[in-house]
Design a protein around this ligand. Structure first.
Ligand code: GUN
Ligand code: ZN
Length: 456
């Protein structure tokens, strides 16, 4: 049995603080996290838990550090790693001019493998341990990503894009090839490691009614898969969907008619969704991915988190790489705050933290495994350095509460704050390399021994 104990400040969300109140986010100034065989064994006040440790147990002391659950990115495209920071266009032009050309390169498995490895390393260096991910139309794009994720033991969900019209020929499939490839991927990857599949029609613009119907059929046949698509991101897109589906009540109805709206659905953006559509999503149990950086960069509009919450929709946070400008969920928390300010609502830092962790896990239906660090969950966690830069050190030192500190991290922080990322209890990323970076007094970073260590 492997056992490790870490002493630091601890923070995790047990529930939505907007619904359950501020106690939904639990913080220990002096806490102890105990990990056994990749799962959380204990999480709480150091004084209480340390007393229960066996004699000789060694604790890794992490002064000035904050341990949190790994972040959950509720919407991201791995093949768009190379289009981050493209200047000048809004959604439909951006797709045509930047995104579709980049996605065509994923016909080449070697390119997919190389990009997947870079992409996963970037997730981990930013503290993202789970994500819901778009591949490209190419089946092998998902094979490449899943191969790389399996080797790293990540809890990820991904899917092959379905597009059978209004896209370059090199990026389109058909109803039948889309079905066959999707079914083959589900069969190949189901039950492997911590991976999950999402049926992934890109958006209503690029799928025919027949293809959306097929997506609904495949999702219905596999109750363990998610449904992942875009909706109501951009005004021109919404108008185009109205023209393409004149019989539908609204954008959500296009999906609902094909059985694509239910508890396993995650809709990226929903910026221009009406209250009525948001309420119908909530009734169906569907979730929204709020992608503030993407919405600002593409000029898509201001998502109202308050409106979505009032309508009862589960909302996660997405980077939406490559429309979004950063892999960092800390940065997304800051961007979400700015979007809220422009809409007259200041996002509470504890709520933002919930969005980046447990809410994302809830949207992705993986909250039984990850999202917080209650005993029994998988030990996907982060060691955050509140003094990662001179300004952060100076500013967090004067922040009185954990909420203030979190807000400083969300405004000033990024991958530099993530000192270490653990997956199922194992070190998966170390900002400063493999050597122990703190507390040279204990023997090794992961210094917990069930029996007293023998003298050297
Ligand atoms: N809508 C359809 N495809 C995409 C995409 O790749 N990115 C974003 N942001 N929106 C989309
Ligand atoms: Zn997207």
């Amino acid at each position: 049995m492997s056992r490790y104990a870490y002493r630091a400040a601890l923070l995790h969300a047990l529930d939505d603080p907007c619904v359950a109140g501020p106690d939904a986010v639990t913080h220990y100034d002096d806490g102890l996290l105990v990990v056994e065989d990749g799962h959380v064994a204990a999480f709480g006040a150091y004084a209480e838990i340390a007393a229960t440790l066996p004699a000789g147990a060694r604790v890794t002391e992490l002064p000035g550090r904050l341990i949190t659950p790994g972040f959950v990115d509720a919407h991201i495209h791995y093949p768009q790693t190379d289009v981050v920071a493209a200047w000048g266009s809004q959604l439909l032009d951006w797709l045509n001019n930047h995104t579709y050309p980049a996605e065509q390169a994923f016909a080449d498995r070697a390119h997919a493998d190389e990009t997947a490895a870079f992409f996963l390393a970037e997730l981990l260096r930013n503290g993202t341990t789970s994500a819901l991910i778009f591949g490209t139309v190419h089946k092998t794009s998902v094979d490449a990503l899943f191969d790389a994720a399996l080797a790293r033991n990540m809890r990820l969900i991904a899917g092959k894009v379905l597009m059978d019209r209004r896209a370059p020929a090199a990026l389109t499939d058909t109803v039948e090839t889309g079905r066959a490839d999707t079914e083959a991927l589900i069969r190949a990857w189901r039950g492997k490691g911590r991976l999950g599949y999402a049926v992934t029609p890109r958006f209503a613009v690029t799928s025919s009614d027949a293809q959306l119907a097929m997506a609904g059929e495949v999702a219905a046949a596999h109750p363990d898969v998610l449904i992942h698509t875009h909706m109501a991101e951009n005004r021109e897109e919404v108008a185009r969907v109205g023209e393409l589906f004149p019989g539908a009540g609204d954008y959500l109805d296009v999906y609902a008619r094909h059985g694509l709206v239910g508890p396993r659905s995650v809709f990226a953006h929903c910026v221009h969704s009406s209250d009525d559509a948001l309420r119908r999503m909530a009734t169906a149990g569907a979730s929204a991915a709020f992608c503030p950086s993407s919405n600002l960069l593409l000029g898509s509009g201001l998502f109202s988190l308050k409106r979505a919450c009032t309508c009862g929709v589960t909302v996660g946070l997405g980077t939406d790489i490559g429309a979004g400008a950063s892999f960092s969920l800390l940065h997304m928390m800051g961007e979400a705050y700015k979007v809220g300010q422009l809409g007259g609502d200041a996002l509470d830092p504890l709520h933002a933290f919930y969005l980046a962790t447990l809410a994302g896990a809830r949207a992705l239906k993986i909250d039984g495994h990850v999202g917080n660090l209650i005993p029994g969950k998988e030990a996907d966690f982060l060691v955050l350095d509140l003094a990662a830069t001179p300004l952060l050190a100076r500013r967090t030192a004067t922040a009185a509460t954990i909420a203030e500190k979190l807000f400083v991290l969300s405004v000033l922080g990024d991958d530099r704050v993530v000192e270490r990322t653990y997956l199922a209890g194992e070190l998966a990323h170390s900002r400063d390399g493999a050597a122990p970076v703190v507390n040279a007094l204990v023997a090794g970073w992961d210094g917990y021994a069930a029996t007293p260590p023998t003298a050297p």
